[in-house]
Design a protein around this ligand. Structure first.
Ligand code: APR
Ligand code: PHB
Length: 389
């Protein structure tokens, strides 16, 4: 088999890249380890910056998002029992789109099926070869059969646990990492959201987040310890603990119901440098992870794909390697800004097991400063909507 770009992974990064390349006449194959249903069963965040919205539209799969997505012009921050609003629109002129990442993946998969480009689900033992030279190849097994794909380039879009980053010689890559001493327990339910906007909550018992997927579907999170299991959290316990962390008005408005999904995710900051190794390029979670507090995961994946798709299109149209040569530096400049913002939001809002009384007082002072200072609120709003990149 031969293709121009072999893409590893059918998450948002791989599917979006495949779609953009296809629309520019560049042939590509996607190799995905799991089934499509399995990929769609993972519940992930749902806040999309305008830049990512534009790219999804450009990929030709934005129609449902435009119909069903919710435009949010601000967010709410709650601490010391009081809720405060950060007005994105007034402070920056921009808002964000609230639309589940799972739905984006579904729209991309539908677009992929319509494109006629090849996608191999349940591709086992994917391995990457000779990407340091001119003729890279990818091998995989499917239905007991070995296949080799010869290509011009490999795009490693296979997430944090993928094979692409692992295929790079150890002395050619450097990893930067911070692991946080807590996780997020998420619950999805078909209940109306407690608020029209997201509420980020700082509380002595731990951070909480009230988010949504639609006017009828809510997504809530509670900071939890890493020792805890989902089985420790029957729905009643979750709702009880969430209510404790809410302000009074939200406590009264909260509508509870059976969970449709519940899961615990650890929080991690991670960056691998560089993101290019000869003819192999990393994009999305394969190269970096942010804690979800800043809602940047999918947006960063989209910005990598923006740089990489432009660079590949430029290569095939103009025979220029300029974009490919600059890809890693350009992508990393944005990634580190989003890493900083996500780290800062995480430090600001969570309760740290080893923090002192002094640390907690400073945290509250910073929150108070944030909601009283126009400059501080503007900095948060700009980062959240994705402007300073
Ligand atoms: N071979 C083939 N496919 C693989 C392999 C492998 N060895 N390893 C992993 N994959 C697949 C996974 O099954 C998954 O479907 O790669 C895909 C990677 O998808 P994601 O983990 O969703 O990563 P990405 O597409 O970069 O999406 C980034 O999704 O993970 C969230 O928060 C993250 O919002 C961000 C966005
Ligand atoms: C979500 O809706 O799942 C969500 C929203 C905002 C975040 C993280 C997750 O910061």
């Amino acid at each position: 088999m031969r293709t121009q770009v072999a893409i590893i992974g059918a998450g948002p990064s791989g599917l979006l890249l495949g779609q953009l390349l296809h629309r520019s006449g560049i042939d590509n194959v996607i190799l995905e380890r799991h089934t499509g249903e399995h990929v769609l069963s993972r519940i992930r965040a749902g806040v999309i910056e305008q830049g990512a919205v534009d790219l999804i539209n450009e990929a030709g799969v934005g129609a449902r998002m435009q119909r069903e997505g919710l435009i949010h012009d601000g967010t709410q921050i709650c601490f010391a029992g009081e809720r405060h609003r950060i007005d994105f629109r007034a402070l920056t002129g921009a808002g964000v789109m609230v639309y589940g990442q799972t739905e984006i993946t579904r729209d991309l998969m539908d677009g992929r099926a319509a494109s006629g480009q090849s996608t191999v689900y349940e591709a086992q033992d994917v391995s990457l070869h000779d990407f340091a030279g001119e003729k890279p190849r990818v091998r995989y097994r499917n239905d007991g059969k070995e296949t080799e794909v010869a290509c011009d380039f490999i795009a490693g879009c296979d997430g944090f646990h993928g094979v692409s980053r692992q295929s790079v010689p150890r002395d050619s890559i450097r990893n930067y990492e911070r692991v946080y001493p807590f996780g997020w327990l998420g619950l999805l339910s078909d209940t109306p959201p407690v608020s029209e906007e997201l509420i980020y909550i700082h509380h002595p018992s731990g951070f909480a987040l009230c988010s949504m997927r639609s006017h009828a579907r809510s997504r809530y999170y509670l900071q939890c310890s890493l020792a805890e299991q989902v089985e420790d959290w029957p729905d009643e316990r979750f709702w009880h603990e969430l209510r404790l962390r809410l302000d009074r008005e939200a406590q009264e408005r909260l509508v509870t119901g059976p969970s449709i999904e519940k899961s615990i995710a650890p929080l991690r900051s991670f960056v691998a440098e560089p993101m290019r190794f000869g003819r192999m390029f990393l994009a999305g979670d394969a190269a970096h992870i942010v804690p979800p507090t800043g809602a940047k995961g999918l947006n960063l994946a989209a910005s990598d794909v923006w740089y990489l798709s432009r660079a590949l299109i430029e290569f095939y149209r103009e025979k220029s390697t300029a974009g490919l040569d600059q890809y890693s530096d350009r992508a990393l400049a944005r990634i580190w800004k989003a890493e900083r913002f996500s780290w800062w939001m995480t430090m600001l809002l969570h309760t740290f097991p080893d923090s002192s009384e002094f640390d907690r007082k400073v945290q509250l002072a910073e929150l108070d400063y944030l909601v009283k200072s126009r400059a501080a609120a503007t900095a948060l709003a700009e980062n959240y909507v994705g402007l300073p990149y």
